[in-house]
Write a protein that binds this ligand. Structure first.
Ligand SMILES: Nc1ncnc2c1ncn2[C@@H]1O[C@H](COP(=O)(O)OP(=O)(O)O)[C@@H](O)[C@H]1O
Ligand SMILES: CC(=O)N[C@@H](CCC(=O)OP(=O)(O)O)C(=O)O
Length: 303
């Protein structure tokens, strides 16, 4: 490791660097010791540079005394593997219709590929991260999701909805100074031995509430929630839960579980849940350590 050398450069540059560090001081004080759940979406993790920058941010948070918990997706990676195996992907209301063949692939990709990749990137900074699936120690318990789409009840197959979260295994790892990295397949409480595919946003929202996290951040591949999707000039910076509940039925595709997750988190006691643009390098630090932050922030009605 080498120190940043300003010796040969303009000293004013060193001074700007120091002021940038100092400007993060109030935020360091604010977030220190807090549990922050961060959902890393599959679309935000396609690019290796962004993945590395994300891992740097997570290690940074841990080193400055914040307690990050990572919940990851992997939708595009699952779709790619299903394609290679000649299995078609179909999404209804933002959820993957998951048959018996597909659930095996979902488990293999999330638990066997995406999870260890994130763990190993974070662990370039030291032995910090530890990987879990929602099945490990039954962190999540789920039942089959009863989906109603456009008024019709739809069978999504092996798709789960979290009904119970056991935060203890996660808290134990945090206490030991580790960073839990969690994939979101879960045991079916109604059918022991079966595994369900849980949308990672929903799992992150439920976990944030169970951990009584101070923040939930959901990284994705858009700036945040657009009021008039797909128009890009209609970003909503802040929205209260009552307004979001009204908007929910009009949302489309991947934004449905994402905003539902924010709602679940805030209604479950998390003061703020924010969807941020994971395409921006170091978006986690930008959100947590700058005045304005980025993305769409969901707050309680009284905030
Ligand atoms: N109102 C909206 N505002 C922003 N994005 C929207 C909206 N409605 C639908 N989307 C879609 O939701 C996507 C994000 O969800 P998803 O693809 O599941 O991401 P991730 O893999 O990060 O979970 C966006 O890329 C966009 O195509
Ligand atoms: C039921 C359901 O849709 N599960 C998701 C799980 C992965 C996920 O949520 O990944 P992203 O966060 O990258 O979208 C899926 O199979 O794609």
């Amino acid at each position: 490791m080498s120190k940043i050398a300003f010796r040969d450069k303009d000293l004013s540059q060193a001074s700007i660097f120091a002021s940038t560090l100092i400007s993060s001081l109030p935020w360091l004080e604010k977030h220190r010791g807090k549990v922050i759940v961060i959902k890393f979406g599959g679309n935000a993790m396609i690019n290796p540079e962004l993945q590395a920058a994300f891992a740097d941010d997570i290690a940074y948070l841990r080193h400055v005394g914040i307690q990050p918990v990572v919940v990851h997706g992997g939708g595009p990676q699952i779709t790619e593997m299903l394609d290679r195996l000649g299995i078609q992907s179909e999404f209804r209301g933002g959820y993957r219709v998951t048959n018996r063949e597909a659930i095996e692939v979902v488990r293999m990709v999330l638990q066997g590929m995406v999870n260890p990749q994130i763990v190993s990137l974070i662990n370039k900074h030291g032995p910090l991260a530890v990987g879990f699936s929602g099945e490990d120690a039954a962190i999540f318990k789920a039942h089959k999701m009863q989906a109603t789409i456009d008024g019709d009840s739809v069978d999504l197959g092996f798709v789960g909805e979290v009904v119970e979260v056991d935060p203890r295994p996660v808290l134990e790892q945090l206490k030991a100074g580790r960073i839990p990295v969690i994939s979101t397949i879960a045991p079916d409480i109604d059918d022991p031995g079966e595994t369900l595919n849980v949308n990672a946003d929903l799992a992150a929202g439920a976990l944030a509430a169970a951990l009584k996290a101070s923040r939930a951040l959901l990284l994705t591949d858009v700036e945040g929630l657009y009021a008039d999707w797909p128009r890009r000039d209609s970003l909503i910076s802040q929205i209260a839960v009552s307004e979001l509940r009204e908007r929910l039925p009009s949302l489309e595709s991947g934004m449905i579980p994402k905003m539902q997750a924010c709602l679940d988190a805030v209604e479950g006691g998390v003061p703020r849940a924010t969807v941020i643009d994971g395409r921006v390098p170091h978006s986690v630090l930008v959100e947590l350590f700058t005045d304005d932050g980025i993305g769409t922030e969901v707050r309680g009605d009284d905030e």
